[in-house]
Design a protein around this ligand. Structure first.
Ligand code: NDP
Length: 375
């Protein structure tokens, strides 16, 4: 019987090694929803570096950047990140797999992976230059992943990592906030009802901040339930007037962009280190339009000019970005298991319905997150 078991084991690992294809939704060119293609023959991910793991995807989460990337958003910068020496031909990113959030189970670990083992339940936000989670398997670095909160199903867990990592990067790394310095702070979130807003409200409330939110009138109840202290409806007229009548803010997180930065910085407390952090930046559009070198020059010039313009008025202007971080997700996982943050899933789609999920995302007016159940 020992022999039989040994043989079974060998057979299993041989089968595992032989897997070369998997089901996935891919795109072969940039465009509208019609470029999404289901295939059973997508390349199985391989461990290239010893700190990588292969995850069997249980659920995937979608973000506005997936709709953007389907249409070619960020293509030049992301191609450079995938192939820094520009050794490959144009279009080598195809077939491209979208999907930035994953919750699943580790199937295989690279030789240097210490903190995780096979069968660990993990969650992660997948950087946009890597193959995404709308597939049965995905490969990621161990420093990008984290143990999934025990309280959440995979479906719920897939609603959190990308918006959480973005909020962490924008509020903690760029905005200088932490669980220990929020207690007396007044924070304004422009656009509170979407993916980033619904997460950021909960994290800041857990850290003791006072949170004001702008959103549509029909989302007021929704954001209050998540903890928002004060809500301003942007659909009943310009928000700068009612917001201007409030006590000034220590930090503004802007999820809306457009005209907002013309007036938002006047709502900050001057000469107190107060910061405006916007997530809506022309960073990738500039490199798409002007190429990497000129686009980066343009980005540097734009952000420096704006930062200086506001610095002389005593407030800080910053661009915020998503950044992958397993350690940040570890802390968020603890907050979820402590009951401080919950997943806000607006709608779940089956793996066969991925194009419907994209259609839903494109309609806008998100109230939380869109998730795809993969297995
Ligand atoms: P969502 O699509 O999930 O949410 C957007 C929300 O904003 C919706 O609830 C929408 O609802 C609401 N909204 C629209 N217009 C306004 C307005 N004028 N005032 C207040 N609320 C408004 O997006 P995410 O939360 O995932 O992302 C927010 C933004 O941040 C996006 O532009 C995204 O591209 C960007 N982002 C940037 C990142 C970066 O690395 N720089 C990373 C992640 C996100 P309704 O229309 O019904 O009011």
């Amino acid at each position: 019987s020992v022999c039989w078991h040994g043989r079974q084991k060998r057979l299993f690992s041989t089968t595992k090694r032989r897997m070369t294809i998997m089901p996935a939704w891919v795109i072969d060119k940039y465009g509208g929803n019609d470029v999404l293609r289901f295939t059973k023959n997508a390349s199985f991910p391989v461990i290239t570096y010893p700190n990588e793991v292969i995850i069997k995807v249980n659920a995937a989460g979608l973000n506005p950047i997936d709709v953007g990337m389907r249409g070619g958003y960020g293509a030049s910068s992301l191609s450079m990140k995938r192939d820094p020496l520009n050794l490959k031909q144009n279009g080598m990113e195809f077939p491209l797999i979208l999907g930035r959030d994953v919750s699943g189970v580790i199937m295989e670990c690279g030789l240097d992976v210490k903190y995780f083992t096979e069968r660990d339940e993990v969650w992660a936000a997948i950087p946009p230059w890597k193959q995404g989670s709308l597939a049965e398997f995905v490969v990621l670095s161990a420093n990008e992943i984290s143990r999934k909160p025990k309280l959440l199903s995979h479906r719920e867990a897939a609603a959190i990592p990308y918006v959480a990592a973005t909020s962490w990067s924008a509020l903690v790394n760029t905005g200088g906030l932490s669980k220990d310095n929020c207690a007396k702070k007044r924070i304004l979130i422009l656009g509170g009802s979407g993916g980033v807003g619904t997460f950021a409200i909960q994290m800041l409330k857990a850290w003791g901040a006072h949170v004001t939110v702008t959103c549509s009138q029909n989302a007021e109840r929704f954001v209050r339930d998540l903890g928002a202290d004060h809500v301003v409806d942007y659909t009943s007229g310009p928000v700068e007037k009612p917001l201007g009548e409030l006590e000034k803010f220590d930090l503004i997180l802007d999820n809306v962009g457009g005209e907002t930065e013309r007036w938002a910085l006047t709502l900050l407390k001057p000469w107190s280190g107060a910061k405006y952090v916007t997530l809506v930046t022309p960073f990738l559009q500039n490199t798409d339009l002007l190429g990497i070198a000129d686009g980066m020059m343009q980005n540097a010039a734009t952000v420096a000019t704006k930062a200086l313009k506001h610095l002389v008025k005593g407030v800080h202007y910053r661009w915020g970005f998503f950044a992958p971080s397993g350690p940040a997700l570890d802390e968020i996982s603890e907050m979820v298991d402590a009951g401080q943050i919950r997943a806000v899933v607006e709608e779940t789609f089956r793996f066969s319905q991925v194009p419907h999920a994209f259609e839903k995302m494109e309609k806008g007016h998100a109230r939380g997150k869109t998730v795809v159940q993969i297995s």
